[in-house]
Design a protein. Structure first.
Length: 415
């Protein structure tokens, strides 16, 4: 163990490339650990990437702590370590009773053109917008982090989901107004993990002026969310009880929040509509509201797409659709593809992206729409093949609610 300690003391510096621990002997799900140097706020740390099945967890540690962790891992969890730095490499094989077989190979000639002073802040490792080890008030209050900022065991899925969601918002931030408050509506907000994350990222981290309203049918949930927003000092985050179908989006100015929108002169403007896991037709009503308000950005994670499952009728596909579970999954995919196409007809640039699974469902597709500038409704419908979309619906024997909501009753499409 003394030889291992000296090796680690020598290699745990900024010239380290990486350490890989493998050959797990534990019954735990950890199969491999990778370690590499990173620089955080000017100080050298070592980032530990732990692979647990399909999940990956990151944590950062100073050199003495990292050395102790590696020694502990090789004393119990792992049988092998591969270490590589700019001037040497080593293999460590852990045997019984703490015995270590260590082979070190010195690299005599530095690789041509290899600079020893590397940019450790921008290496090829995922960095989270919300960081493990950095406490965030709402995450602590919701039980995702400890008061010290560590992600609670069993909450890593939620933590990764929040970061993935913020990445989607970061990608479209340039589309949102910078000269006035950003007005956002979150339909079916529920416990509002993602709503709070959105406010924290936009207002606290990016310094943008925002007005965010969360809407849900459960009064107790709304009360809890408003209490937490007040506790965190999130002045421009409000929650209301309401139904997506009847919600008007009208502002209710109160105090400084109301003054901010009045100053902007756009009290009714909706810039972004979010709807995550609104069940079945609720997603369609939320998308209709977003389109008719002229929302610049739409983020929707649909759920429970039952409508087309009841309608789907296609003689050619009958041999495939006879299996209930297959029909259900095809119906869900067709529903969201048609929703995406209908948004394109309204002048949106649309992507369907993979989201991280929610806690109690397999639904993990996100529809992201960004309103294009300078395109008329007629041009958008021509560019995005309205006729071919209708032909596909006819072939499948379906007529989605969103189509009916966006088109006049007589079937004509408005300009």
């Amino acid at each position: 163990m003394e030889e291992l300690r000296k090796l680690l003391e020598k290699m745990l510096n900024e010239e380290l490339e990486q350490i890989i621990l493998s050959g797990s002997t534990s019954r735990e799900t950890v199969s491999k650990i990778k370690i590499r140097p990173v620089r955080l706020k000017g100080e050298l740390f070592f980032q530990e990437t732990k692979y647990c099945g399909t999940q990956v967890f990151h944590s950062n540690h100073p050199a003495p702590e990292m050395r102790e962790r590696i020694e502990g891992y090789l004393s119990g969890w792992f049988r092998q370590a591969e270490l590589r730095s700019l001037d040497c490499s080593a293999i460590v094989l852990a045997g019984k009773k703490g015995r270590m077989n260590i082979k070190v190979k010195h690299i005599e000639q530095a690789r041509e053109g290899q600079a020893k002073a590397r940019d450790l802040e921008h290496d090829r490792v995922k960095t989270y917008l919300l960081e493990d080890g950095r406490p965030v008030d709402f995450l602590v209050a919701l039980g995702v982090q400890t008061p010290e900022g560590r992600v609670v065991k069993g909450k890593y899925d939620k933590f990764r989901q929040l970061n993935r969601y913020l990445e989607f918002i970061e990608d479209v931030l340039k589309e949102l107004p910078a000269d006035r408050p950003i007005r956002i509506l979150d339909f079916g907000c529920g416990k509002s993990y993602l709503t709070f994350a959105m406010y924290h990222y936009l207002h606290e981290r990016k310094g943008r002026k925002v007005r965010i309203t969360g809407l849900d049918l459960k009064e107790a949930v709304i009360e809890d969310c408003n209490r937490l927003a007040e506790k965190c000092g999130y002045q421009y985050l409000k929650f209301e009880k309401g139904d997506i179908r009847t919600y008007t989006g009208a502002e209710k100015p109160d105090g400084e929040a109301g003054k901010m929108d009045q100053t902007a002169g756009l009290p009714g403007r909706i810039d972004m509509v979010v709807t995550l896991h609104a069940c079945d037709l609720a997603t369609d009503y939320a998308l209709e509201k977003a389109v008719k308000w002229g929302a610049k950005v739409i983020l929707a994670v649909p759920c429970c797409q039952h409508e087309l499952n009841r309608q789907l009728s296609c003689e050619v596909l009958a041999p495939i659709l006879r299996y209930g579970i297959i029909k259900e999954r095809i119906s869900a995919l067709v529903t969201d593809a048609l929703r995406a196409n209908l948004l394109k007809e309204q002048g949106y640039e649309v992507q369907i992206l993979e989201f991280i699974d929610m806690e109690h469902t397999r639904k993990n597709l996100l529809i992201r729409g960004v309103k294009k500038q300078g395109m008329s409704g007629k041009q958008a419908r021509e560019d995005h093949g309205r006729e071919s979309n209708r032909a596909a619906m006819e072939f499948l024997g379906v007529s989605p609610t969103l189509r009916k909501l966006l088109e006049p009753e007589d079937g004509a499409v408005s300009e």
